[in-house]
Write a protein that binds this ligand. Structure first.
Ligand SMILES: N[C@@H](CCC(=O)N[C@@H](CS)C(=O)NCC(=O)O)C(=O)O
Length: 202
């Protein structure tokens, strides 16, 4: 298996999942600006959408879309604590969160990474929008230790990356009591630490 990634990007989420599962995997860095892999291959021939992550499975399929890669990793390794099986209603609770993080949180962060977007627009529109969406998570974490319940599952790996990004947007996670507690707990996990260390973050 091989995961195409960029340091500090959302591809950190499947890297965390891979380590949670203890799977052997090769990691190949992608320069997103030039759409080139570290060995100099044209990344668009691997993922024509030009985004990370992309996973090459053991049977040589190329799978893209973060939330789907994570589901594939869990299902293919019978990791029912990360993603409950079909017909278990909790599966849909976990997927509901995974989808919220991908489509609401991640996509609200994307413009904040755009150097061409004026800071004023970020401050007036995208930061308040992101904070509003985080307020929703904060509320859920009042009663749940992890987003989908009492144990770590796929959306927690993804949300961990989003929370890690807050510092680069100059958003202080200390504004949210439960999110702060949750993020500190996530950072104590072995798989999370390993994933961050591998990408050069302490
Ligand atoms: N729909 C994709 C989007 C992934 C995505 O936005 N990746 C970012 C890094 S966090 C990226 O590669 N951006 C560069 C680009 O899209 O050109 C997914 O969910 O996997």
């Amino acid at each position: 298996m091989k995961l195409y990634y960029t340091k500090g990007a959302c591809s950190l989420a499947p890297r965390i999942v891979i380590h949670e599962l203890g799977l052997p995997c090769e990691f190949e860095e992608v320069d997103l600006k030039n759409k080139k892999t570290k060995p100099g291959e044209d990344y668009l021939t691997i993922n024509p959408k030009g985004a990370v992550p992309a996973l090459v499975t053991d049977d040589n399929q190329i799978l893209t879309e973060n939330a789907v890669i994570q589901q594939y990793l869990a299902d293919n390794n019978q990791a029912s604590s990360l993603l409950p099986p079909i017909k278990d209603f909790n599966r849909y609770r976990v997927l509901e969160w995974l989808n919220y993080i991908a489509t609401e949180l991640h996509k609200t962060c994307a413009p904040l990474f755009n150097p061409s977007l004026p800071q004023e627009i970020k401050d007036k529109f995208f930061i308040p929008l992101l904070k509003k969406k985080l307020d929703y998570v904060e509320k859920a974490l009042e009663k749940n230790r992890y987003v989908a319940g009492d144990h770590f599952s796929l959306p927690d790996a993804y949300l961990c990356v989003i929370l890690f990004w807050l510092g680069s947007f100059k958003i202080d996670i200390g504004e949210w009591k439960n999110l702060s507690r949750y993020f500190a707990e996530l950072k104590n996990r072995k798989a999370v630490q390993l994933a961050f260390q591998e990408e050069g973050f302490a």
